[in-house]
Design a protein. Structure first.
Length: 216
């Protein structure tokens, strides 16, 4: 897995106003939790953190340089701006080397579908436990050679050494289905009349379906 070193600064301003000022300064408000300690409010350099996530994934291991000490942490919750896509806030989990942690790891589907097949992905990630400094960034799922009708469950995954499932092993992740083409149906006589504007006016008190819905 990736490990990235980042400088972190203690935050003394809180609330929406303080968070906005932190972001305007090119930093991301963050909170470090874990190991029974009080939460620590810090800020991270926005550009460096963005690059860490882009190249190392959401489970990237961070070595934070904070007050002359080093703190290992992994992102646990990331809030992003709905329009800009920038990071607004990060919750970090403090970890130690050798410690086991629970994370959700993205699935990466590889391989070609069987002819006439269609892939349905029920889940995009799987819950696992792994050592804090050896967290997988993704888990590959190969669909090469899988017949139509095959279901891939969590138990079918080939996990990296030292990684174990924490969720339901019977959880269905992928389904290989038969591809079907939508058949265009010929409109009925009444539908043709509506399409051409020739439908008869409704009887008194009946109203059209649109009129009934708009009056609710």
């Amino acid at each position: 897995m990736s490990e990235v070193r980042l400088p972190a600064e203690v935050r003394s301003e809180f609330g929406k106003g303080g968070a906005r000022r932190t972001r305007r300064a090119g930093k991301i408000p963050a909170v470090i939790y874990g190991h029974g300690a009080d939460p620590r409010h810090v800020s991270l350099p926005a550009r460096e953190f963005t690059n860490a996530i882009r190249h190392g994934g959401t489970n990237v291991l961070l070595t934070l340089e904070l007050d002359g000490e080093e703190q290992l942490a992994i992102p646990k919750a990331i809030q992003r701006h709905a329009i800009k896509g920038t990071f607004d806030h990060v919750d970090l989990l403090a970890v130690r080397r050798g410690e086991k942690v629970h994370i959700d790891v993205p699935l990466s589907v590889v391989g070609d579908l069987a002819p006439g097949g269609m892939l349905t992905q029920e889940h995009t990630s799987v819950s696992v436990e792994a050592e804090a400094t050896h967290l997988p960034t993704e888990i590959e799922v190969s669909i090469a050679g899988l017949a139509i009708g095959t279901q891939v469950t969590a138990a079918d995954l080939r996990l990296p050494d030292g990684t174990s499932l924490t969720g339901d092993p019977e959880q269905v992740l992928l389904i290989i289905q038969e591809a079907t083409e939508a058949k265009l149906e010929e409109p009925t006589e009444g539908e043709q009349a509506v399409a051409t504007g020739e439908a008869a006016a409704p009887a008194a008190g009946e109203g059209t379906s649109t009129e009934r819905e708009s009056g609710e």
